[in-house]
Design a protein around this ligand. Sequence first.
Ligand SMILES: [Zn+2]
Length: 311
Amino acid sequence: VSDLIIIKTQELKLDCNRCLKQHSVEIDFETLTKEQKEGEEPVLYNFICPDMALMYRVLNFAVDLRVNSLRDDLPKEVQEVIISDLKTMWGEFDFDSKLNRFIKLNLALAGIPDEYYDLLFSVVSSYCCGYFYPAMTGSGSLGERILNRLLLKIRSYFKSSEHYKKVYRKDSFHNWDYPILVLKDWGIISDEVSVAFQTLKQYRNDSIHYQDGYDFESNSHDAIKALATIIDKQFNYITRKDLFWVFDIPGEIWLKSAFVNNPFVAEFVLPHCIQLTPFDEPTANPPFWATDVPLKPLSDEEFIKLRNARK
Ligand SMILES: [Zn+2]
């Protein structure tokens, strides 16, 4: 057994190019590849300086502000581009009615780019084109999908909750009342979102179960509005000032550090964020990573002050 490795961990001194100090890092030799052991490849690929003050900045957005541009008194050229795009998508037949419905719905969004965004737009398109039945049933289905998605992705964070043993085995929920209650008790949805889910639930049930002479046109409008309220109050960065610093730094949205461990944030927000120092510019061309950066502890307010004062 001559090639037995006796030393299993070794301390490595590292000059940090971020905080400009020296770190000592314990390396477990058993986790290294052959190339790393022989010095052909670096041992530390993803060293993140443990002392830097970092915050999460939002980098991905789902944005649709077209309706604002159509409604407001913007230059005609801007409006014409939007109108021409919608016409290509929806067809010219009775186009003014389609456009009027779009403007009347009045949905603007700058949110977490989760899957709901494309799905909502196909419901909205059905409605605008005058296909009220799929608009109606689609908004109920999408509401149910969002409700299920929230609960299924988040429940494992609440294993000690009374509710957990009633929800952990199920793959989907068709009766909305209990999931709405659970998400509200867990602090994942607000009262406002819970009320909007209840409103949409009623539309979903009324439209799916037979009712003589059901008014799909006017009810689909109201159902989409309830669905849009859920999406706006749950997923819109600009609405979620409880979770985000919205434009405290001009043009930028950052996560409030107190919410890093919030289950909704962990599952739905962090995948769209990057951890940065106050001086990093990942969207610059080329991207810029600052050195000699502030160290922990640093409050969010101090961080924002430093970023706003950067040159
Ligand atoms: Zn460092």
